[in-house]
Design a protein around this ligand. Structure first.
Ligand code: ZN
Length: 238
């Protein structure tokens, strides 16, 4: 009886470690197939934007990027892409990389193995139907992995991207100044910056949009060039 008291929590802990904690730690910190930075000798920085398209913010973001001659990478949510296909087309036609950020923005730790595969397949199909192109890139929501996240990405032929700088731009308390300070103080050659053009606290992407022109101008003055993840990955192989 006393043994059972230990066996059940032990099995639960083992399951949590094997399905969530170890794969998540491994993918975020050590796995070589997950890109976290680019070539640290090249003056390149990749701006990435998660959670859109959003009709309120994404067009304004695209205007800013166009005005500054910057190409970026967008990790779109499948259900948002279905809802706003005209914005998705605009992202693609303006030369930005369009990657998957799941269909429903479900947390990997809440997905069963089968739903991990299904969700990714569904978002890939949405992007293929809309853009006549199989997506090349994937970032899981919240950057969280379960045991099957990377196998599912591999099966769908996707490269997985994490980031090296995040500025808490989804939080209610975040200010444009905080976003700016965080990105500028941490920027290095090969940095991958994650920002958001949708989701988070109400109105949060407006702060990202306010900070963005200043971030771009300052980093340009420091000699950095902005590239897509595709270009950044190409540099890694040089
Ligand atoms: Zn997200």
């Amino acid at each position: 009886m006393q043994e059972q008291l230990f066996i059940v929590p032990g099995i639960i802990f083992l399951f949590i470690a094997i399905y969530w904690i170890i794969p998540n730690y491994w993918a975020r910190n050590h796995c070589k197939t997950v890109i976290r930075t680019g070539n640290q000798k090249s003056p390149y920085i990749a701006l990435t934007f998660d959670d859109g398209p959003n009709p309120r913010y994404t067009p304004k973001l695209l205007d800013i990027l166009k005005e500054h001659g910057v190409k970026a990478s967008f990790f779109v949510v499948g259900k948002n892409a279905e809802r706003y296909p005209h914005i998705l087309h605009r992202i693609h036609s303006e030369g930005h990389v369009v990657g998957c950020h799941s269909y429903s923005h479900s947390h990997a730790w809440l997905l069963s193995p089968i739903n991990t595969f299904r969700d990714l397949k569904r978002v890939c199909r949405v992007l293929e139907d809309q853009l006549n192109n199989h997506p090349a890139w994937y970032r899981p929501p919240w950057g969280m992995f379960n045991l099957f996240t990377l196998p599912a990405a591999k099966k769908m032929g996707l490269k997985t991207a994490y980031w090296s700088i995040e500025a808490q731009d989804w939080e209610a308390k975040t200010t444009p100044q905080h976003i700016y300070n965080t990105v500028i103080s941490r920027a290095k050659p090969g940095s991958i910056v994650v920002l958001h053009d949708s989701g988070g606290a109400p109105g949060a992407p407006a702060k990202t949009l306010e900070a963005l022109p200043l971030i771009i101008n300052t980093l340009k003055q420091k000699g950095y060039k902005f590239v897509t993840l595709e270009k950044m990955k190409g540099e890694l192989q040089c």
